[in-house]
Design a protein. Structure first.
Length: 364
């Protein structure tokens, strides 16, 4: 029997979200119904809502950072059982595409999603953000999108592992492979940037420079492990970074904003042969015009980070364990606990720079 649910839906680009009732299809053979306990409000959700990434696909059921409890499973599900606490992921390796067949599951080209659909009041299909949809009481996902966690751990921080935290930590550990004793600069100190800082700290970097234009975000960055801060509204950041590093530049730089100007700064604040990682999603439009000789002279690597190059089934439990051990600060990323009705206000707070993450919590 179809399940009734309630959640935040973006009907048209750049309009306020509406809290609506909707229906989940009966789960397909490998589908799982998850009752959402908590969902982080990510900048990507704002981009989907505003149409920054495109204006087709509406209406969207927003949200993609979620943790909850399995309430029903399809006939062929074997990975989870009713009652399991799960974190949700938006890259569920299919095991059959050209990347999976050569062992590169983190690049899966055919990520698995639910066979069943979620439908609005008129029967229209609601497109789940990044194939999940978590700003709601219940959602429908493929079993591979579920990663179990200890239900004794709080749902709010566990939900953040599902995207922003994994992306940032994975950028440091997997995309850049930060080495012990190295130097790092992180441009953009929101939830993802602060997770990069934590990943670099865990990897053993000894100089971690946070770069932002917001003094509050720079102060927060120090709580997550930044050893130095640079306010790019007050000083030229490349010169400041080179001054901190004895004139050389950093071994690793990370752009977590999605802007051409900050990417250029991240490229040229590196030491010779350093690595620059682009994490921020720019959306259509921004262009970067660089003299190629200048780029060649610096050398090194430019990497594009998708989802921290992670394999969720392997990496989510590790991050949860680090949280339990006190190595990974997730509680500090939770700026506010809010109700679904406060979703639009959470987007406003995000745009104003007032939060790292608002987390929607649902009645238990």
């Amino acid at each position: 029997m179809p399940i009734q649910a309630r959640g935040a839906i973006a009907r048209i680009p750049d309009a306020p979200v509406s809290i609506e009732e909707f229906t989940l299809d009966d789960p397909g053979p490998r589908d799982v119904v998850v009752r959402i306990l908590a969902s982080g409000v990510c900048h990507t959700d704002l981009g989907i809502k505003t149409g920054t990434y495109g204006t087709s696909g509406f209406p969207f059921l927003l949200g993609h950072e979620g943790a909850g409890i399995v309430e029903a499973v399809g006939s062929g599900v074997s990975r989870v059982r009713v009652g399991d606490a799960v974190m949700l992921n938006w890259r569920a390796p299919c095991g059959e595409c050209r990347f999976c067949l050569r062992g590169e599951h983190n690049y899966c080209a055919s990520s698995l999603h639910a066979e069943g659909k979620m439908r609005g009041k008129e029967g229209e299909i609601l497109n789940a953000a990044l194939g999940i949809g978590t700003f709601c009481t219940h959602t429908l996902v493929n079993e591979v999108q579920c990663v179990k966690y200890d239900p004794d751990l709080p749902a709010a921080p566990m939900s953040l592992i599902g995207c922003g935290v994994m992306t940032g930590v994975g950028a440091a550990l997997y995309s850049a492979e930060v080495k012990v004793g190295s130097s790092v600069a992180v441009f953009g100190c929101g939830g993802v940037g602060d997770s990069v800082i934590q990943g670099a700290r865990i990897a053993g970097a000894t100089t971690i420079i946070a770069v932002d234009i917001d003094p509050q975000k720079l102060a927060w960055a120090k709580d997550f492990g930044a050893t130095h801060t640079v306010n790019a509204a007050e000083v030229e950041p490349v010169a400041a970074i080179k001054a901190i590093t004895g004139g050389h530049g950093v071994n690793y730089s990370f752009e977590a904003v999605g802007r051409a100007d900050t990417l250029e700064q991240a490229l040229f604040c590196r030491d010779l042969a350093g690595t620059c990682v682009l994490i921020g999603v720019p959306g259509p439009g921004p262009r970067l015009d660089i003299e190629l000789q200048r780029l060649f002279d610096v050398g090194g690597n430019l990497a594009i980070c998708w989802y921290g190059n992670c394999i969720p089934a392997r990496d989510f439990p590790t991050l949860a364990a680090w949280y339990r051990q006190g190595k990974l600060n997730l509680d500090g990323l939770v700026s506010r606990l809010i109700s679904p009705e406060e979703t639009e206000a959470a987007f406003d707070a995000m745009k104003a720079g007032e939060t790292l993450r608002s987390v929607i919590v649902f009645e238990q």
